[in-house]
Design a protein around this ligand. Sequence first.
Ligand SMILES: NC(=O)c1ccc[n+]([C@@H]2O[C@H](COP(=O)([O-])OP(=O)(O)OC[C@H]3O[C@@H](n4cnc5c(N)ncnc54)[C@H](OP(=O)(O)O)[C@@H]3O)[C@@H](O)[C@H]2O)c1
Length: 347
Amino acid sequence: MPSIAIVGASGYGGTELLRLLHRHPSLDIHLVAAAASAGAPVRTAAPNIPDRAGGGELLDTVDVEGLARADVVVLGTPDEVSLELAPALLAAGTRVVDLSGGFRLDAATFRTWYGHEHTAPVHAMDGTDPAVYGLTEHARESIAAARLVANPGCYPTATLLGLIPLRELLEPAGIVVNAMSGTSGAGRSSRDTLQASVVHGDVVAYGAPSHRHTVEIETHGAPGGMSAPIVFTPHLVPMSRGILATISAALRPGVGQADVDATLADAYGSEAFVHVLPVGEFPRTKSVHGANSCLLSAIVDERTGRVLVTSVIDNLVKGAAGQALQNVNVMLGLDEAAGLDVIGVYP
Ligand SMILES: NC(=O)c1ccc[n+]([C@@H]2O[C@H](COP(=O)([O-])OP(=O)(O)OC[C@H]3O[C@@H](n4cnc5c(N)ncnc54)[C@H](OP(=O)(O)O)[C@@H]3O)[C@@H](O)[C@H]2O)c1
């Protein structure tokens, strides 16, 4: 049976992957590693995960040689840690899916938007052995062959699944994306602004106008790419998980609702995880809570000549661990939906 290892198994992305792997019929969990929490029982980080060992399975320390014995390693680590670990793991002969932003851009764009040099430029998008941007529905073939998959960010996943199929129908200029995320999007953090007493009953915009996910959306699918900048504004909302993005874009002359509907149906009609709602219905985050799904709706406003696309995902599932597992399945030639056949929890 193929095997998987996780670094960052005590973080929100890592524990969510453990939850999904619990249902996976054909992947062996080889190692689960962390940093400060190494040596602690897995259940202290993930009380929802049944204890496989029965006697308190412990989080391991990071040991590249040991990790590389797995067929694939998922990194649920901060950017700077992934920049070090991914090249070392690739050199040791395994394959990597990285949840961080470390490998989603070319080295020059990374330097501009992250404010420091890319320390592994050979594996950045422009390198000789480049990472593949793992938006599964739009990159299956490259993912299957990849050694390193850069798992897309949560906001870009929600936004690009709505934007990419419609590219040919849209005017590249003036695209506006507003998105809302629950607090787990920030990871297992103890920042004061993420305390329940602050977040409860509060909504706030942040990171605009230069949130790093802006350039990720421009680079990986916005019509016009980086020469037609988008306006992206994220907001923090008082829920644990979930992302809702609204995308407003001008339509090319002559494009109407029927063209939009036909294009989305063509793109996603046979997809297991992306579903388009009937015109006039708007998706809610609760519908995808805990699921690897993206729900989309698109409605044309003839008055303004624009289309409004609404997209919802669970940031920890389709926006992180679920899409990572989908990519692992594709890389290993397994059933793409294995471990992911969970529908959302409602209400
Ligand atoms: N949260 C989301 O919705 C989301 C969505 C998409 C992508 N991402 C990305 O996924 C990555 C993980 O996010 P998260 O939310 O899971 O973060 P998190 O909850 O803060 O967890 C971070 C994990 O990284 C581990 N870690 C930190 N330094 C390490 C080191 N030097 N060596 C090995 N492990 C180390 C931590 O272990 P210890 O706790 O033991 O120190 C912890 O397990 C980040 O790059 C994030 O940007 C997150």
